[in-house]
Design a protein around this ligand. Structure first.
Ligand code: HDE
Length: 755
């Protein structure tokens, strides 16, 4: 029998299964994002052979390029599994993979069992070293479109008006292991790979615009201090421990980055709601060779928003994958995350300073009020990786991947990074050919003279991988400026001695920390005080707490005394004069209004109550680009309404806003004693978990809305009549008011402040 015949029959069956699956899937996806497979499974184990399942609708993949950057013309499917039958890695079909080949049923197992050895050996080597920092991450594919507004300052083609470039972004936390929780207090990585047709550009950024250290030689020090203690390997993924505070209190240039981490920026609500910063100053060059100094900024369309500290902690247990789930669900639901790329442009001058700010010092920002951020393009993330390992884990960024028109500066932190990123991939990705891994393949022709090495995928031709040569006709040739060659800007290097020292301007460790503090609103200051108090309170050593209090005294006496009170220690006097600063309102997250796209709206329903209004409400929420999640006492359906969360599976932290469409009585599985242990009041008329939902949402300053019987539930919780709690006659009227309040992210007035 020919091998294609069964394959054809199988293919037809697969198509049928897939078609039915697709429509069922569409229905399921319409109800709630996150269905695990491409099609709903059957209860019985399937018996018909069929080919690999198709990708889900939200799945994307790297464009199919050859290892040397050419369009391969093959479909992404050709990279996935082939055929309907289980095979060895060499394609031989297998009858059985459940039993090893043995000398009789009772063994022993035979060494000749190639399939057994191949299966186990491959499994034994499935793991690669996780990233030494930024190990925990989530990626997405998307597109960048240039506005053309940077054309005067750079010749980078991908920034030209209307030019579209594929991108892959990886968001991350810095300190935790690959399996750590998403919502820990930490800096977030925001690394973007632009596959430009002039070579790949990697903008390897963070959500905080400054860094702990001014010179890359100290990177192992700050990371060793932040990572878990080397003896017990605790605590995981956090800075609330002695070694971190020992380091930052001794090494005071770290104080600026530290206050950002202690602020709400350290606990983002979502990757979609974070700014990104290139941190270092870069040098742009235009076609005439004129240069400017710039800082890169990503500005999220949805604004910059954070979790509350309690939400972050609860999510660490209730949903440690909160940020990656949020990113993937938003993309699947069509609420594509968007950012504008912007630049602050400063004149290039021999001192590399602007208004007294040393532009080579990565512990300093340039306030946006001094130099506004000019938008130069827009990025939209619209696809989730089809395979986490192949794409998110194997993507390899490098700050030295630059297209013509963008160059580095002498920032000593950036200079070390230029070495580190290739070096780390050699171990992590097992050799020097990591740019040939599909997600890393450039979208520009590659003609280098590197050869061989582990995992070489290119099949180089010619005999002369050296220059000059005549045997390969002199190939490859050098490109001139007219051929789009990369230009190392011929910046003048000042005459100097070889030293291990910083410029004197790097010695100012406090003025911008004070600027940040002074730019916060009272509620943000309150959060910062609590964060320092919590973190230092978790340290054992009194000397370290006292030393950090001294640093706080040099930032601000109020900050210092509030934290000292919490620690039960005296507040020291400043040892340095306090800088006179002009606040930068751009640093605050409070006060603006933003679109609520992709927000989660929890709706409590009572199956025995009046459901009128809920159907129209769901439609209205979808039309407002938000996701409604119905919360009911049991799963399945309530009449024709799909239930997405039950009282036992849902928790307040996953909703941005709570609506009460009914007043459900305690369900049979409600255990009042347990729920009140969790903080809920108990009532004979309302399910205790609903009261817990209301109380937590209220405490986390979320908008709450109720109508009809829902108002009774509110009354039981004692939150009715308070600020940000909306009641009304109909779902429609309440939702309209709720939407307006949501634009400010939280009901800020609900947070009491003392400063
Ligand atoms: Fe990194 N950093 N870094 N870093 N960094 C890495 O490279 C390093 C720094 C940043 O999602 C590593 O591929 C040194 C600043 C992000 O794959 C490593 C120094 C900023 C990511 C490395 C810095 C960053 C990394 C580990 C001081 C913000 C994740 C794995 C000189 C502008 C990229 C890897 C991803 C990853 C070194 C400082 C951002 C070891 C030596 C400043 C977002 O090469």
């Amino acid at each position: 029998m020919s091998a294609d015949k069964p394959a054809k029959a199988v293919e037809e069956t697969v198509e049928k299964v897939v078609d039915t699956a697709k429509s069922a899937l569409q229905q399921a996806a319409d109800l709630i994002p996150g269905a695990p497979g491409s099609a709903p499974p059957t209860v019985e184990e399937p018996t018909e052979p069929k080919g690999p399942m198709p990708p889900k609708k939200e799945h994307g993949h790297p464009e199919t390029r050859t290892p040397t950057g050419a369009k391969s013309g093959t479909s992404a499917k050709s990279f996935a599994q082939q055929g309907a039958f289980l095979t060895t890695a060499n394609g031989a079909r297998l009858r059985d993979s459940d039993h090893s080949l043995k000398a009789g049923e009772r063994g022993p197992t035979l060494l000749q069992d190639h399939h057994l050895r191949e299966k186990i050996t491959h499994f034994d080597h499935e793991r690669i070293p996780e990233r030494v920092v930024h190990a925990r991450g989530a990626g997405a594919h998307g597109t960048f479109e240039g506005y053309g507004t940077a054309s005067e300052v750079t010749l980078a083609g991908f920034l030209e008006k209307g030019k579209k470039t594929d991108v892959f972004v990886r968001f991350s936390t810095v300190l935790g292991n690959r399996g750590s929780a998403d919502t820990v207090r930490d800096t977030r990585g925001f690394a973007t790979k632009f596959y430009t047709d002039e070579g790949t550009f990697d903008l390897v950024a963070n959500n905080i615009p400054v860094f702990f250290i001014q010179d890359g030689i100290k990177f192992p020090d700050v990371i060793h201090a932040g990572k878990p203690h080397p003896d017990r390997e605790i605590p995981q993924a956090q800075s609330a421990h002695d070694t971190f505070w020992d380091f930052v209190s001794l090494h005071t240039e770290a104080q600026h980055h530290t206050i950002w981490n202690m602020s709400d920026r350290g606990i983002p609500r979502s990757y979609r709601m974070m700014e990104g910063f290139g941190v270092h100053t870069f040098r742009l060059v235009n076609a005439e060779g004129t240069t400017v100094l710039v800082k890169f900024h990503w500005k999220p369309k949805l604004g910059v928003h954070s979790l509350t500290w309690e939400e972050a902690q609860m999510l660490g247990g209730l949903d440690p994958d909160f940020h990656r789930r949020d990113l993937y669900d938003a993309i699947e639901s069509g609420a594509f995350p968007e950012w504008e790329l912007g630049i602050q442009v400063m004149p290039d001058n021999p001192e590399e300073t602007f208004e007294g700010i040393d532009l080579l010092d990565p512990t300093k920002i340039v306030p946006e009020e001094l130099v506004p951020v000019q938008p130069i393009g827009k990025m939209t993330l619209n696809k989730v990786p089809s395979n986490f390992f192949a794409e998110t884990e194997q993507v390899a960024f490098h700050v030295g991947h630059l297209p013509p028109g963008i160059d580095v500066t002498n920032d000593p932190l950036l200079q070390t990074r230029l070495f580190s990123y290739v070096d780390t991939q050699l171990t992590r990705l097992g050799g020097p050919n990591f740019t040939q891994i599909p997600v890393n393949r450039p979208h520009a022709p590659v003609n280098d003279m590197t050869r061989d090495g582990f995992h070489q995928h290119a099949e180089h031709t010619g005999v002369a991988p050296y220059k000059p040569n005549s045997l390969d006709g002199g190939c490859p040739f050098f490109a001139g400026a007219e051929d789009g060659a990369y230009l190392d800007v011929p910046v003048k290097v000042a005459e100097a001695r070889k030293v291990r020292a910083n410029p004197a301007s790097f010695d100012d460790h406090y003025s911008q920390v004070r600027l940040f503090w002074a730019s916060m609103t009272p509620v943000e200051k309150e959060h910062i005080i609590r964060a320092y108090t919590f973190e230092l309170g978790k340290c054992y050593e009194q000397a370290i707490k006292e030393r950090q209090l001294q640093a706080l005294a040099n930032i601000d006496p109020v900050l210092c005394s509030e934290v000292a009170t919490g620690l039960g220690l005296p507040a020291p006097e400043p040892t340095l004069p306090l800088a006179d600063v002009t606040p930068s309102p751009a640093l605050s997250q409070v006060g603006g209004e933003w679109p609520p796209d992709g927000r989660m709206v929890g709706i409590v329903i009572d199956p025995a109550g009046d459901l009128s209004g809920v159907r129209e409400l769901r439609e209205a929420i979808f039309s407002a680009d938000m996701v409604p999640l119905l919360i009911a006492p049991h799963g399945g359906m309530v009449e024709d309404l799909p239930v997405q969360r039950t009282f036992s599976t849902g928790r307040s932290v996953e909703y941005d806003v709570l609506l009460l469409a009914g007043c459900p009585a305690p369900a049979p599985d409600a255990i009042p004693a347990r729920e009140s242990e969790a903080g809920a009041s108990s009532s004979p008329t309302v399910d205790p978990r609903v009261l817990l939902l209301i109380e937590e949402c209220w405490r986390h300053a979320k908008v709450i809305g109720a109508w009809g019987e829902g108002v009774t539930a509110l009354g039981q919780s004692g939150t009715d009549g308070s600020v940000g709690v909306v009641t009304g006659e109909s779902a429609e009227a309440v939702f309209a008011e709720v939407q307006q309040l949501m634009a400010s992210h939280r009901v800020w007035e609900r947070f009491p402040t003392t400063v």
